[in-house]
Design a protein around this ligand. Structure first.
Ligand code: PAF
Length: 280
């Protein structure tokens, strides 16, 4: 496996690969790999001749009081895991090489990014859309694979690709979970024992909500209120950031469930803010 740190070098390599008639799959990540990332690589591997994985903790998607400085990283460990999972090129650039000092061009998809995580992380999605666009231009992929845990991010990227006629297939991969049901996240390493004991209740609450829908409750206010009560009693260390029921494609809030719906939640524990979702 090759490790490339320079964006220009990656783009040159990618253009050469494409000129040879070969296809490229891209898995964009911020590193500190867990089985969720590895499942993205495994899904991407058979989809193209060359698999590129990017590992970049993108500063422009972190707000001023977020965990940019403490975000976990271990390049040697990640490189070994990437190689084992079929990655051909690991792209791990320095932030100073990714953004010019006077960078001033932003990509934003306002319609899909005002609510859910966009409400509490105002600059987050603009940073994600911009860096993903840059990664697409650098890696020149035919296909890119994203996880469904960040559902709003995935919906935004699909819309961006559609709106800007970007010739890349966006493939998504289901959430990978601990046995307890807790969705895998690089940020889970921040959690202390008592938080880890309560965090799986995020998923339990979502499954409970799905059961209520299956039992015929379709009023979203009632469903959200029931989930709020469950979290308040079963996750006493947590503060609910949001509980929303939205259309899975355009992320607009729903009043009643009479078609595809996504319940998305964010809960702030003491050491980390966790997100999860379920299709109902
Ligand atoms: O989902 C992530 O890890 C990041 O938001 C992404 C897509 C790699 C962009 O920095």
């Amino acid at each position: 496996m090759e490790i490339i740190k320079n964006p220009e070098e990656l783009q040159k390599r990618a253009l050469e690969i494409r000129a040879q008639g070969k296809t490229i799959a891209l898995v964009p990540t911020m590193g500190y790999f867990h089985n969720g990332h590895l499942s993205l690589m495994q899904t991407a591997r058979p989809k193209a001749d060359v698999l590129i994985c990017s590992l970049f903790v993108n500063p422009t998607q972190f707000g001023p009081n977020e965990d940019l400085e403490s975000y976990p990283h271990d390049l040697d460990r990640d490189a070994a895991l990437a190689e084992k999972n079929g990655v051909d090129i690991l792209f791990a650039p320095d932030p100073a090489k990714m953004y010019h000092e006077n960078h001033s061009t932003w990509v934003s998809v306002p319609d899909l990014t005002q609510n859910l995580c966009g409400a509490s992380r105002p600059i987050h999605f603009r940073g994600v859309a911009t860096v993903v666009t840059k990664l697409f231009m650098l890696a020149q992929p035919n296909v890119a694979v994203f996880g469904q845990k960040d559902w709003q991010q995935l919906a935004m990227i699909k819309r961006m690709v559609r709106d800007l006629d970007i010739p890349i297939d966006i493939v998504s991969q289901p959430i990978v979970r601990e046995e307890s049901g807790l969705a895998l996240s690089s940020r889970n390493v921040y959690l202390k024992e008592d938080e880890l004991a309560q965090a799986p209740n995020i998923r339990k609450g979502l499954l409970r909500l799905k059961q209520q829908v299956d039992d015929g409750i379709v009023d979203c206010e009632v469903l959200k209120e029931n989930l709020k009560e469950f979290y308040n009693s079963e996750i006493p260390l947590g503060t609910i950031d949001y509980i929303e029921i939205v259309h899975p494609d355009d992320i607009t809030p729903l009043k009643k469930i009479n078609g595809p719906a996504l319940c998305a939640v964010a809960v702030k524990l003491i050491s980390a803010r966790l997100i999860d979702n379920i299709l109902v």
